[in-house]
Design a protein around this ligand. Structure first.
Ligand SMILES: [Cu+2]
Length: 638
């Protein structure tokens, strides 16, 4: 085993070097060119990101050590106009791309030069609790302080990193970076299938809400918390940001508005796509091209999923294009086709996700909510230009493999059959909802965990009645407002969810709202089992009861879209079930070798003490919702 590791380590370094050389050539040739100010910013090409800041020690070949300084700076993100005030890691937006191999130990030294506390959460990474970086797992790193994260890389997948204090503001201002964990064995097997590492790019997609002179507009939550008396946002603007998530007006690809990339036609391209926007869902299409999704949050799938291009507007089939809610990732392959010199565009498309319209009276007070009639119908936006170059060396079409390779280090094992979703005691119930809007625009989102008044049982009974009603209208009403569960601030250690190490359980996440929410759980992958979309129907309007089931391919995920309810509040909801294994074997005893001796796997408590982590959080990844309380936590015990 040891010898194998050494061999593969050498192989990695050769491959990495080859990658850098090829990247440098691509850069010299064109790479990402961007617009007229290309020459002013050396990091316009993603391949040039900061490898000088990432060290692989000759005497410690399995250690990757990185220094990240969080500080305010100004960067030219837009094609025109003055630079934008950003908060950045190492002066870059996105932050430096960190890359490591399975089996490596990653050490990251964070220095906080911001005026506020911060942290780094390693999104989707399985690691010890005290390294998770959430506001429960550690105390904030104060201005002027440093903190060192250290953990072993266990799974090959595309992740990202970002602060977990005042997430909506800090991430939106630029604090997010790509985190790529590789497995050389997988890379080798993909090369046999024609997917070469040299043809790989990481695309970090974001949007920013910029106002005058390209500066960030005020944040709704900041207004509410810090400056209630002198707000510059109107109540409806506050509601807009908080209800629908902060959607920006400038879409950035690797920190640039509308960059250009040159691609060799006929050669499969592998893109690792990461959506780091606060509230914008990224639905992507390249006209005339089928994009194959080969992986996502937790690494490779067992088989590719074909996503046809979006050819009509609006397009309500979510299977067309690649759809990413905030924080989700997609590992995709496509083959650029066309003539030398042709231009293609990567397009953003809208999807109906339950956006609301906000109604106000003549005094500017918020009076109510309605459905946004243009939800899913916003016009497409071209977000990246692709120039085709070269001749097709193969002269024949590449076809996707029927089976994808996962390395022996991290096989994709189906755990869904080992949970019994008819057993309520095995469920980890979560209820997503929000309070009514106040006239000043405030609204509170919650992710309640307390199963008060048998809410889970009541929901299940109503769901079963709807399923057996055969179209008949089912009476009764469930959920808020009559059963308003406790929000995050009211949850304490006695009412928090709990699990034991070694347990296999399932999340049962019930969405009472009409909007789609991306549910994210820290520390442990889950495997989506099913979503039930339940409507009790309505006798008055003659709407029959209905229940629809969505099933999912086998996949490890950490963020999943929870569909919104299809009908009236209290008479419809969705139930999403996700299998999760609280297994620490991989962390405590990796077959690849060393682990830290002071592993903190368990985590208990809402308030972390110095040196002792608190519980594991889960939340909506529309940052405004999470920060407003659509967040809770679970305790893990031996
Ligand atoms: Cu949400």
């Amino acid at each position: 085993m040891k010898k194998d590791s050494l061999t593969s380590s050498r192989l990695v370094r050769v491959t990495r070097r080859k990658f850098l050389i090829n990247s440098a050539m691509a850069l010299a040739g064109a790479g990402i060119i961007g617009s007229a100010d290309a020459g002013r910013r050396s990091h316009r090409n993603p391949s040039s990101w900061d490898h000088h800041r990432q060290h692989r020690m000759p005497h410690r070949p399995r250690v990757v050590e990185v220094y990240l300084v969080a500080a305010e700076t100004y960067l030219s993100l837009r094609k025109d106009g003055p630079p934008t005030r950003v908060w950045a890691f190492n002066g870059q937006v996105p932050g430096p791309r960190i890359e490591a191999n399975v089996g490596d130990t990653l050490i990251v030294h964070l220095s906080n030069q911001l005026p506020v506390e911060t942290s780094i959460h390693w999104h989707g990474v399985e690691l010890p609790a005290d390294m998770d970086g959430s506001n429960l797992s550690q105390l904030g790193v104060q201005p002027g302080e440093t903190f060192t994260y250290e953990f072993k890389v266990l799974n090959a997948a595309t992740h990202w990193y970002h602060p977990h204090f005042r997430t909506n503001e800090q991430v939106d201002l630029g604090m997010a970076g790509p985190l790529v964990f590789r497995d050389p064995e997988e890379d080798d097997m993909l090369e046999i299938l024609g997917i070469y590492r040299e043809m790989e790019m990481t695309l970090m997609l974001d949007d920013m809400l910029l106002g005058k002179k390209n500066q960030p507009r005020a944040f709704a939550t900041e207004e509410l918390e810090l400056d209630p008396g002198s707000r510059t946002l109107t109540p409806s603007a506050i509601s807009e940001q908080v209800m629908n998530g902060r959607e920006g007006n400038v879409i950035l690809v690797n920190g640039h508005e509308m960059p250009t990339v040159k691609l060799r036609r006929g050669i499969p391209q592998r893109w690792r796509i990461i959506n780091v926007a606060n509230g914008r869902f990224m639905r992507l299409s390249i006209p005339g091209h089928t994009i194959y999704r080969i992986g996502g949050d937790g690494g490779l799938l067992n088989e590719p999923i074909a996503a046809p291009p979006i050819e009509t507007f609006p397009d309500s089939n979510p299977g067309n294009g690649i759809l990413l809610s905030p924080a989700e990732r997609a590992d995709v392959v496509f083959v650029p086709s066309g003539a030398h010199g042709d231009k293609l565009y990567l397009e953003w498309h809208d999807i109906a996700r339950g956006r609301h319209s906000i109604f106000t009276d003549e005094f500017g007070n918020v009076t109510g909510l309605g459905d946004d009639e243009f939800d899913g119908q916003r016009p497409p936006i071209e977000i990246m230009r692709i120039k085709l170059v070269g001749h097709d060396p193969h002269g024949e079409a590449w076809s996707p493999p029927s089976v994808l390779p996962r390395s022996t280090h991290s096989p994709l094992v189906d755990i869904r059959d080992s949970v019994d979703v008819t057993e309520p005691d095995d469920a980890l119930p979560v209820f997503f909802g929000h309070t009514p809007l106040a006239p000043d625009g405030r609204v509170r989102f919650f992710a309640a965990v307390q199963n008060r008044d048998g809410l889970l049982v009541a929901i299940r009974a109503k769901t079963a009645a709807a399923a057996s009603a055969g179209g008949a209208v089912v009476g009764g009403m469930v959920g808020p407002p009559p059963f308003m569960p406790r929000p995050f601030p009211a949850v304490n250690d006695s009412s928090a969810l709990s699990a034991k190490i070694g347990d296999t359980r399932y999340w049962e996440v019930i969405n009472f709202t009409g909007a789609v929410h991306p549910f994210h759980a820290h520390g442990f992958f889950f495997q989506p089992i099913e979503t039930l979309i339940v409507n009790l129907g309505d006798a008055a309007s003659g709407t029959p009861s209905s229940i629809k089931t969505i099933s999912y391919p086998l996949e490890n995920k950490d963020t999943i879209r929870l569909p919104g309810r299809p009908g009236a509040l209290g008479r419809s909801w969705t139930i999403t079930r996700l299998a999760v294994q609280f297994d620490d074997n991989a962390r405590a005893a990796s077959p690849l070798g060393l682990v830290r001796s002071d592993q903190e796997m368990t985590a208990v408590g809402k308030v972390p003490a110095p040196g002792a982590p608190g519980g594991w959080v889960f939340h909506c990844h529309i940052s405004e919702h999470g920060d407003q309380g659509m967040m809770s936590y679970f305790n893990l015990s031996p």
